[in-house]
Write a protein that binds this ligand. Structure first.
Ligand code: PHE
Length: 462
């Protein structure tokens, strides 16, 4: 474990700083952050509504050209500074330059994301129990649709499930980074992969499954508009948990001998693999039973139960599927909430338990705007969107890409080659200079320009 090098008078400054203890732990936690409802809920429904393989190709390009470089940069900055995200940029930037604002907006994003994310997770947790009880198991989408409608239109259930989820995440965070986040994700990630493979194989064995596979892999570019490209870029940010401080925070828990580019590449590939598997688990089944892929956000909660009800041993697979989604959402939520928790506890010297509870309380109130977006607050709209949709849209399409642009500019133009090389080669121990040169070029020009153009076009600002 590393010594905190910060000289401020905060509570933890003299003690060894908490962090990930093993290479597998680093991988499990980082992957646990990346893999989440983004793969199992967002990716399938966005792919479904935006035409399948064409969207997938744009998304993969965005992941490579923008996602990977930003993710490497963010983790690197975090490890260099070994502190919470706000302090990190204060430490690393030349005195007086306000780069720390990137992290301050990151904290805001963390709250906005957590507000709607914890509600989707709430539905997922509720569905684990509903699947066990069998109440939502019907091959008639009208029945599954009204069951879902009942859940989200019930303010009490929506709120209680959300608070339950928040309490669970808070409980794990209270245990700390190594004993909480690392220990839990190490246990959960293997289970997640196992369940996903089993369900994917089951889905592929269904008659008519190939139609779903070809939907996922035969591109049709006619549906690709500027807005769709922005959605794909936003998904790449959301998926890799970048542009809002999460990866910087997790990077600060990385060990000094961890190979950052290699770890990041592994996480990115594994994350894509999980999305593919989720697509392979979902679309063949959707087509095999004559459902439509473009159901939107409710795909997971309306179409999927109907699909499972149509297959032999469907209940068992459905329980497994929602447990899988619950696991995935847990790893992601831990990492979202860790951003404000670490800022409060390290920067402001509030003890970790207090910082955790404080954040949870604020979220329990603030998150209610999303929990109630389909009931008591359904008519409360800004820019024509409920708070749920607004927070989702603003974070993925504006705040995270903007955070990405500024991170690239910081690393590319303020930090420069020598520091980048030292940080990514673990002070010369890894021989990856070629890679560092390519990365520098990409973060200086390619990624920021690409994000900027896509944002301006996608938001119809030019
Ligand atoms: N990457 C997570 C997912 O795909 C979501 C997330 C976003 C996590 C931002 C952390 C930060 O579900």
């Amino acid at each position: 474990m590393k010594q905190d090098s910060r000289s401020s008078a905060s509570a933890g400054a003299s003690k060894a700083r908490d962090g990930f203890t093993s290479s597998f732990g680093v991988l499990a936690a980082t992957l646990g952050s990346a893999v989440g409802l983004g793969n199992i809920w967002k990716f399938p429904y966005l792919t479904g509504t935006n035409g399948g393989a064409g969207f997938l190709i744009v998304y993969v390009c965005a992941t490579l050209l923008v996602g990977l470089p930003v993710m490497i940069s963010e983790i690197m900055l975090g490890r260099r500074a070994k502190s919470d995200a706000v302090t990190a940029l204060k430490k690393l930037a030349p005195a007086g330059q306000p780069w720390w604002l990137i992290s301050a907006f990151g904290v805001l994003s963390a709250f906005l994301i957590m507000a709607f994310y914890s509600e989707v997770a709430a539905w997922v947790f509720a569905y684990v129990f509903k699947a066990i009880g069998g109440g939502i198991l019907s091959s008639n989408p009208q029945v599954t649709s009204s069951a879902f409608g009942k859940l989200i239109a019930d303010p009490v259930q929506s709120l209680l499930w959300q608070w339950l989820v928040l309490a669970l995440i808070g409980g794990i965070l209270l245990m700390g980074v190594a004993k909480g986040i690392e220990a839990v994700t190490k246990k959960l990630m293997p289970i997640l992969f196992l369940l996903l493979v089993v369900i994917g194989v089951r889905s592929l064995m269904l008659p008519g499954a190939m139609q779903g596979v070809s939907f996922l892999f035969t591109p049709d570019f006619s549906k690709i508009t500027a807005g769709v490209v922005l959605t794909a870029v936003g998904l790449a940010f959301f998926k890799l948990s970048i542009g809002m401080g999460t990866m910087m925070t997790y990077g600060s828990y990385f060990r000094d001998d961890q190979n950052i580019p290699a770890t990041t590449l592994r996480v990115m590939c594994a994350d894509l693999f999980v999305s593919m598997l989720a697509g392979i688990a979902i679309f063949p089944a959707v087509f095999a039973f004559g459902f439509k892929p473009e159901a939107g956000p409710s795909l997971l909660f309306i179409t999927i139960p109907a699909v499972f009800a149509s297959m032999p041993m469907g209940q068992l697979f459905m329980v497994a599927f929602f447990i899988l989604a619950a696991i995935a959402s847990t790893g992601a939520m831990l990492s979202i909430l860790e951003v404000p928790v670490s800022v409060l506890s390290e920067r402001f010297g509030i003890s970790r338990p207090r910082a955790t509870v404080l954040n949870l309380l604020v979220l329990a109130l603030f998150g209610a705007t999303c929990a109630l977006s389909n009931s008591s607050m359904a008519d409360f709209k800004l820019f024509g969107m409920t708070m749920f949709d607004l927070f989702d849209f603003v974070t993925s399409n504006i705040l995270m890409p903007l955070g990405g642009i500024f991170l690239c500019l910081f690393v590319g133009w303020v930090w420069g080659f020598e520091r980048l090389k030292a940080a990514l080669s673990n002070e010369g121990r890894l021989h990856n200079e070629g890679l560092v040169r390519v990365l520098l070029l990409v973060v200086r020009f390619v990624s920021p320009l690409l994000i900027l153009v896509v944002m301006l076009k996608g938001l119809k600002l030019f």
